[in-house]
Design a protein around this ligand. Sequence first.
Ligand code: ZN
Length: 83
Amino acid sequence: MKSCSNCFKILPATTEFFYRKLSGLQSRCKACNAEVVRGYLRRKRHPWGQTERRKRKASVPAVYEFTAANKVNVDQDTTDSRH
Ligand SMILES: [Zn+2]
């Protein structure tokens, strides 16, 4: 048996639950590995990892409305903090 270094689940030390590396098996289970890869693709803006990003885009118009309504204040704030 082998414990995953990420989710700490105890799983059989077989290639069914862990990916193989040069010497033995990886310390992260396959499920956690998939999470890591997904996060990597999202950061790289790879098409495969963009599902979450599209969801977030839906909230953008609300932000634009807010900044437009508070335009004077926002401009003053950003000129000070930009330097
Ligand atoms: Zn795991």
